[in-house]
Design a binder for this molecule. Structure first.
Ligand code: NAP
Length: 254
């Protein structure tokens, strides 16, 4: 039955950036679909709370405090996953940061920080988990791209550069790892209501231009990414790889 293919029962996933926002919304969706999860974030209290949220829907969860931009932390979260659950079937790279400044004034340290978490972090986590998936001869990797994967966004040059890289890295891993039965895809959210986008909501000019460009005429909620994530994490997408799935209220269609 086709709905059985969407089930994640018996699967083990890692979700980075799971303490809040999109990562949290996706983690809850994967858990509701049956996956046990290891959740990663930088702040102990919030990542432990997220693990409790997963347990509350009847799944097992572990919280790991770490920084995806650090190689030792990326390896450690995969080691902890193997120790707790013995395998890793799904990786969702949702940890991400941004900062706003005019392109000509973009601070070098902020550029490095954003590239470090958004692109280097996706690379380090993918390699750490991918090595296990290669041994297993199966795996699902989901990156979180952005509208910035396709288009420029005012005052977000580092973010857009990092998300352009995430889109291309998704395709490259898909091409290299298809032979190991690992599917690598990305979700490109439109404008979703989270801590990251709060400053935009307080800027009337940006709010108007975002709403004008979004045919659904509303912001998305973190839980609205869960359906796409469950699909890309499940057997229902076994012949889908290297794809960037827009969940954007029609933004990119306009
Ligand atoms: N919101 C949108 O409209 C939108 C649109 C397109 C794409 N995205 C992407 O979606 C992802 C999540 O964004 P969001 O809006 O949910 O942001 P958010 O609400 O600010 O949450 C960011 C998450 O990433 C974690 N994080 C940040 N740096 C980390 C690091 N170095 N190591 C581990 N965890 C880290 C944070 O946890 P701690 O604070 O505990 O570290 C938090 O859980 C990002 O990749 C973002 O670029 C968002």
């Amino acid at each position: 039955m086709v709905l059985d293919k969407f089930s994640l029962k018996g699967k083990v996933g890692i979700v980075t950036g799971a303490s809040r926002g999109i990562g949290h919304g996706i983690a809850m969706g994967l858990a509701e679909a049956g996956a046990d999860l290891v959740l990663m974030g930088r702040v102990q209290e919030t990542i432990e709370k997220a693990a409790k949220d997963v347990e509350a829907v009847g799944r097992k969860a572990r919280a790991v405090v770490g920084d995806t931009a650090k190689e030792e932390d990326a390896r450690r979260v995969v080691d902890e996953t193997l120790k707790a659950f013995g395998r890793v079937d799904i990786l969702v790279n949702a940890a991400g940061v941004t900062a706003r400044a005019a392109a000509e004034d973009f601070p070098v340290d902020e550029w490095d920080r954003i590239m470090g978490v958004n692109l280097r972090g996706a690379f380090l986590m993918s390699v750490a988990a991918g090595k296990e998936m290669i041994q297993q001869k199966s795996g699902k990797i989901i990156h979180i791209a952005s509208m910035g994967t396709y288009i420029g966004i005012p005052n977000a040059s580092a973010y857009v550069a990092s998300k352009g890289g995430v889109g291309q890295y998704t395709k490259n891993l898909a091409v290299e790892w298809a032979k190991y039965n690992i599917q690598v895809n990305a979700i490109a959210p439109g404008y979703i209501e989270t801590d990251m986008t709060r400053p935009l909501k307080q800027n009337p000019e940006r709010m108007e231009s975002i709403m004008m460009r979004t045919p659904a005429r509303r912001w998305g909620q973190p839980e609205e990414l869960a359906g796409a994530a469950v699909f890309l994490a499940s057997a229902a997408s076994d012949f889908v790889t290297g794809h960037i799935l827009d969940v954007d209220g029609g933004f990119m269609a306009g």
